[in-house]
Design a binder for this molecule. Structure first.
Ligand SMILES: *Cc1c(COP(=O)(O)O)cnc(C)c1O
Length: 395
């Protein structure tokens, strides 16, 4: 077969990411490519850093997008901050906490793993026990918004605890940024990383990060060089920092058009207003929840630990996980997420992230799920469920 231009179907993305990308972001991506050291491009990079500071609620000088996906943001924080021999406490309540553990051991750190149940927030008492048992610990790491389960942890509280025991903090905010409250300076988060394709509604492939002065001081005091050349912040900074203009030196070719997209996405977030975006995610979560519950479905996470942007739903007994997701995709062009890890086959993950968090998506999801569940022999009242969701949307 002779390949022809790839024309993707138009889907509605209500999984764990990527989320729907706004047409404004897609058209920004198609603008003419310019050189990555072009003064006009450099000026745009400066704006991206400012817009990211607004989104992260920080004044941190070291705030920038890593030219690679969220996982590379994670790796950037760990390879730079963890020196061989450092004790690092990782709080694990899902898949992404598990990946942090991998990062610690590969960077030569001594891992102390503190597990909390899947589908629950990180338990601060368990963290405090570990901090007492390991006075030598230097770093505490955890995921604010665990996309594998839909649980939201209390970043302010966990960071405060870590600081009381003289530890720096690394926080995964990949799914949190733009979707639920995150106060990098207000809570004293030392290092944070995010992703472009979740609540920022941009294309995948960029990882905003922000590190405060304490984190930068730890990196500068390293005795061993950062083992990754590409992610070594000492080198990347020479490219992203403008001290007076033309000192910017080549490190790697920035993904020029992808950064146009991020710039547009961040601009849209600022135009909407960060707090309004958080409120929108919360209101839409309530509407989806009311509709799902009226369909007889149950959310996995206890009410006060739920993320608005990722809703984990128990799959009812006798319903085949894969068939439902396949029918949603084939018939309604609607993508929802499967369960990961311990939750595989047991839960669906319904995302309401960024541009995906819209009233029409909620109604599509409720009506499509209702129709398919009925077809598969469940007796559900789709009309009543839609009315519940609509009522919450009109509040
Ligand atoms: C999606 C996600 C990541 C990884 O981001 P990629 O862009 O897929 O590399 C890391 N942490 C969390 C919590 C995520 O949701």
């Amino acid at each position: 077969m002779i390949p022809t231009s790839f024309q993707p179907p138009v889907r509605t993305l209500m999984g764990p990411g990527p989320a729907d990308v706004h047409p404004r972001v897609l058209s920004a991506l198609a603008r003419p490519t310019i050189g990555h050291l072009d003064p006009r491009f450099v000026a745009m990079m400066e704006e991206i850093k400012d817009l990211l500071r607004t989104a992260f609620r920080t004044e941190n000088a070291l705030t920038m997008p890593v030219s690679a996906p969220g996982s590379a943001g994670m790796e950037t924080c760990f390879v730079n901050l963890v020196e061989p021999g450092d004790t690092v406490i990782v709080c694990v309540n899902g898949v992404f906490g598990g990946r942090m553990c991998e990062n610690v051991t590969r960077a030569g750190g001594k891992l102390v793993r503190v597990d909390s149940p899947w589908g629950r927030a990180v338990d601060p008492n368990r963290l405090e026990d570990a901090l007492k048992q390991h006075p030598e610990a230097r770093i505490v790491a955890f995921v604010q918004a665990e996309t594998s389960t839909g649980a939201s942890s209390d970043t302010g509280q966990l960071v405060g605890l870590a600081h009381r025991y003289d530890c720096l903090t690394i926080v995964d905010a990949v799914t949190a940024l733009g979707g639920s409250p995150l106060e990098v300076d207000g809570w004293g988060v030392d290092a944070v990383y995010a992703g472009s394709q979740k609540c920022l509604s941009c294309t995948p492939g960029l990882a905003p990060i922000s590190l405060n002065e304490r984190a930068v001081a730890k990196i500068k005091a390293r005795e061993t060089p950062v083992q990754s050349w590409f992610l070594d912040l000492n080198l990347v900074l020479g490219y992203w920092t403008s001290d007076g203009g033309n000192r910017r030196s080549y490190h790697h070719t920035a993904p020029v058009n992808a950064l146009y997209g991020l710039h547009e996405a961040l601009l849209m977030l600022t135009e909407e207003g960060l707090e309004k975006a958080w409120a929108r995610h919360q209101q839409h979560h309530i509407a989806l929840r009311d509709g799902l519950e009226a369909l007889g479905l149950e959310l996995v996470v206890p009410a006060d630990e739920r993320l608005p942007q990722l809703n984990a739903v128990s799959i009812p007994g006798g319903v085949d996980d894969a068939s439902v997701r396949r029918l949603l995709l084939e018939r309604y062009n609607l993508e929802i997420g499967a369960g990961l890890g311990d939750f595989a086959g047991k839960v669906w993950r319904i995302g309401l992230m960024g541009f995906s968090s819209r009233a029409e998506n909620i109604l599509l999801c409720i009506s499509a799920l209702g129709a398919i569940l009925n077809e598969l022999g469940q007796r559900v009242d789709t009309t009543a469920a839609l009315a519940q969701a609509q009522q919450a949307l009109s509040q």
